[in-house]
Design a binder for this molecule. Structure first.
Ligand code: MN
Ligand code: MN
Length: 454
């Protein structure tokens, strides 16, 4: 299939819309680097667009806008349309969690007069990419009395940052000989957090000084770190990339790009005929097992609640699911001229050629793929073409090199037609990922069409 470059076919006015939209996108990325913050900010914004907590509705009627949040780490936004719920719904699901570095349960220790944090990496990272860069620590500490302390270090202009060291090249002769896996063991991802001793203490003086700072600034004790959700993420803003500013370099675009575009598309879908939903889930990068992940029953129970509040019986969810359509909004990879060998050029998505429709995910012989029916792919092609959406087919990479999956299977299992459709990304899972502005905007447009088309 011939791919069209958005810059070749869109006029100046449209390109301006693209760039304006991406200014807001960048700001949202910069301000919302972790799951809970991203979800909180979406909820705040949705309230300005007339969304209310689902619990506040006794009965649901056409045009009602609601949200329901699950434990602060998952949220579903919805708008009731003209159609009956059992005539089907439109779901777009994206994940808000991104690869990052988490603290171990007992993180703080001292070694050679340096205080460090032990960490676990979260999601599939290439560990060496996270060394020597400025890092922030963002998140919450949950105390036994039920109160919550917020911690954020490294995000403001004059904040200190944290970092993980790497071996100097002068001494790396042995490291160079190792495989990347062996050369960068996970247990070496220890974060430097301080070096000044507390002179009043006899031992572990530097560690004790850090504890003193934590107590003074946040009123937390060492044991409190056990019930913390603290994420170590790259410090710094989302930025334009390229002399022509055509790209965005930012942390966590997998998958906050599809989260942001599906959310803003929902906000901008007025007078919808369809019942439309934006579902933002957590824990995708670690296999979608937890209570706030795509495999949680939260989604199904919300549907039951909607049916009840709209005067249906719960058993009608079978009909609802059967007549529904879903997009699994997750990123795909773009053809990378630096690593041509990893891609099959005819089937790889290209930058600036629009949102990527992925028929096959999984690995090797489609293993793990949720391959949609031909009828459903034809339906999506048709509504995209009819509405001049810039889109392209894509695949994760050459066969047998690896592969990957998305949350599509957790919706397909309800017998909902589900297809993967999202933005192309370069350097996926790196501290800073690269996207094309045209592709971000076409994702927004594609999602809006999906919500609004009959
Ligand atoms: Mn990912
Ligand atoms: Mn993803």
């Amino acid at each position: 299939m011939e791919r069209k470059n958005g810059y070749e076919i869109w006029d100046e006015k449209k390109i301006k819309d693209v760039f304006d939209y991406c200014e807001n996108y960048k700001k949202f990325l910069t301000e919302n680097k972790i799951v809970r913050k991203f979800i909180e900010s979406c909820i705040e914004q949705s309230k300005r667009f007339g969304f209310k907590e689902l619990g506040r509705y006794e009965r649901l009627n056409k045009g009602d806008r609601f949200f329901k949040v699950n434990k602060g780490r998952e949220v579903i936004f919805g708008i009731i349309g003209e159609k009956k719920l059992t005539e089907g719904c439109r779901f777009i699901v994206a994940h808000v969690d991104c690869p990052r570095i988490d603290l171990k349960t007992t993180p703080l220790y001292e070694d050679e007069n340096i205080a460090l944090f032990k960490t676990y990496y979260y999601g599939g990272i290439k560990k060496y990419q996270w060394l020597t860069i400025p890092l922030s620590l963002v998140g919450y500490v949950f105390l036994k009395d039920g109160s919550v302390k917020e911690i954020e270090i490294g995000e403001k202009e004059d904040d200190p940052v944290l970092t993980i060291t790497d071996l100097l090249p002068h001494l790396a002769k042995e490291q160079y000989k190792k495989s990347i896996e062996e050369g960068f063991p996970g247990e070496n991802l220890n974060v430097f957090v301080g070096t000044i001793p507390d002179k009043s203490k006899d031992k572990e003086k530097v560690k004790n000084n850090i504890l003193k700072i934590l107590k003074e600034n946040y009123r937390i004790e060492e044991d409190d770190l056990l019930s913390a959700e603290l994420e170590i993420v790259p410090s710094g803003k989302a930025k334009d990339a390229g002399f022509d500013r055509s790209m965005i370099l930012a942390y966590g675009q997998d998958d906050r790009v599809c989260s942001y575009t599906s959310f803003t598309a929902l906000l901008n879908s007025n007078d919808s005929v369809n019942n439309i939903f934006c579902i933002l889930v957590d824990q995708e990068e670690i296999g979608s097992r937890g209570s706030t992940s795509a495999s949680s029953s939260f989604f199904e129970y919300l549907i039951e609640e909607l049916l009840e509040k709209s005067g249906y019986s719960i058993t009608e969810k079978r009909k609802l699911f059967e007549n529904s359509k879903a997009i699994s909004g997750d990123v795909n990879t773009l053809f990378d001229p630096n690593y041509k060998d990893a891609y099959e050029p005819k089937n790889a998505a290209k930058i600036n050629c629009g949102v990527v429709l992925t028929k096959i995910t999984g690995a090797r012989g489609k293993s793990g793929s949720t391959e949609p029916t031909g009828e459903y792919i034809a339906y999506i092609r048709n509504i995209f073409d009819k509405n001049k959406v810039l889109w392209q087919p894509g695949e994760i990479g050459k066969l047998e090199l690896g592969g990957g999956g998305t949350v599509a299977s957790y919706f397909a299992r309800y017998n909902i037609d589900t297809i993967d459709c999202g933005t192309g990304v370069l350097s996926m899972h790196a501290p800073f990922e690269l996207t094309g502005k045209i592709d971000v905007y076409s994702t927004f447009e594609a999602y809006k069409v999906f919500y609004l088309e009959d």
